[in-house]
Design a protein around this ligand. Structure first.
Ligand code: SF4
Ligand code: SF4
Length: 393
């Protein structure tokens, strides 16, 4: 994740990050810059969903998916994660609110010192559900919105899903939860970004995360819908401008992007020119973060217990829980994929291989595989020029 507002406004600093690490309690707003390798875990607890989103990486739907982890198995997984002192467990889906044991499991994680987060389409968050989410220990709820109402409903393939998601956000906020919007950008709808940022401001939403398109699951066929490289630059420039504007207006919102770490390199280069007093710190924080976190500071557990380097990764798994313990899988030094991900600069090819910024980026391995057929090839979504990747930071 590239925290635009934290990096540009100076709300994250190296000293605060290091201090928090020394104390052993990293506050949520600094987690993205942590140097500690304990992973954030995303658990797709179900494949069931009440929507049919076109970019769904899990290809979720209304079917009956019988072989998901049971409550008991999930409790064992949470115990292991607590033993490893995992900072955050993100309950995702499908639609996690369709699983009846969500409350019990979130409370359990919370009681063992893991911060639970919820990733949802928001349509099922009534005031009662919002209160229950709060009581179960969740502090943060991320809700996906894809653009204007007509855009969103079209993309989600269910009428009124926009208004229901917005109601969900309002209900979550009324219950005292920190609600964030997640926007997956594509070529048809990226012009909706100003509408979304207005919405965020008007509704007092505290976090806005822009997801770059990853060609996985139903999103695989969407590669041709990804922005052109010129549009990506335009988008990032716009986001920088808006982040600065919102700060000047005194709007308290965190703006981030995810799944294109070239944004971090771009931001650093922008700072060198326009905000030189922040540039060095931005560079250090990006180094702490280390670019794509798959298999390093990020891990995904699929509905059936397969463990993947990140939630979009479906071409090969690292192991299966509970056949193996989670720790056996995560700490398996004989796993060649894990080993390579943890030393990725040695393996990168093409443009990513010759890039001087690969240690703070590394490209997206899933896009590389989807389009180039090789997980270590260059990321086709990199919008930096040859000149920009050749000049050392
Ligand atoms: S070439 Fe690869 S590693 Fe370098 S900035 Fe682009 S995506 Fe990142
Ligand atoms: S491989 Fe890295 S950049 Fe790509 S989706 Fe996974 S975590 Fe994100």
């Amino acid at each position: 994740m590239i925290g635009f507002s934290k990096l540009l406004t100076g709300k994250a600093t190296i000293s605060a990050t290091l201090r928090a690490e020394q104390c052993g309690s990293m506050p949520p707003h600094l987690l993205q810059f942590s140097t500690v390798k304990r992973p954030i875990v995303v658990w797709n607890m179900t494949r069931r969903c009440n929507l049919r989103c076109r970019h769904c990486y899990l290809e979720a739907g209304e079917g009956d998916y019988g072989d998901e982890l049971t409550t008991l198995q999930a409790r064992r997984l949470i115990e292991e994660l607590a033993e490893m002192r995992v900072p955050v467990l993100l309950f995702s889906g499908g639609e996690p609110l369709l699983r009846k044991d969500l409350w019990e499991l979130a409370e359990y994680a919370s009681s063992l010192g893991i911060r639970p987060g919820l990733s949802t389409n928001g349509t099922l968050i009534t005031p009662e559900v919002a209160a229950k989410i709060k009581r179960s220990g969740f502090a943060y709820v991320g809700i996906s919105i894809d653009g204007r109402p007509e855009t969103h409903d079209n993309f989600r393939d269910v009428p009124n899903s926009f208004s229901r998601a917005l109601d969900g956000i309002r209900n979550a906020q009324d219950a005292g939860l920190n609600a964030g919007v997640r926007f997956t950008v594509n070529r048809d709808y990226y012009q909706d970004l100003p509408f979304l940022l207005d919405l965020v401001e008007k509704e007092g939403i505290r976090r806005f995360c822009l997801y770059h398109l990853v060609y996985a699951g139903r999103g695989k066929g969407l590669a041709e819908k990804d922005l052109t490289l010129a549009q990506k630059r335009e988008l990032v420039n716009f986001l920088i401008e808006q982040t600065n504007l919102l700060r000047r207006k005194g709007v308290e919102v965190e703006i981030l992007t995810t799944d294109n770490h070239a944004d971090g390199v771009y931001l650093y280069r922008w700072a060198l020119e326009h905000l030189p007093e922040r540039a060095e710190e931005i560079k250090k924080l990006l180094e702490f973060h280390g670019g794509c976190s798959a298999g390093v500071k990020m891990v995904n557990v699929g509905p059936e217990g397969y463990v993947y380097p990140c939630q979009f990764w479906r071409s090969g798994y690292l192991g299966k829980f509970p056949e193996k313990t989670f720790q056996e899988i995560w700490y398996n030094e004989n796993n060649s994929l894990l080993r390579a991900l943890r030393n990725k600069t040695d393996y990168l090819k093409g443009k990513c291989g010759r890039c001087k910024h690969s240690a703070i980026c590394g490209g997206c391995r899933i896009r590389a595989e989807a389009l180039r057929g090789d997980v270590w090839e260059e990321d086709p979504a990199c919008y930096l020029t040859e000149e920009e990747i050749a000049s050392p930071v």
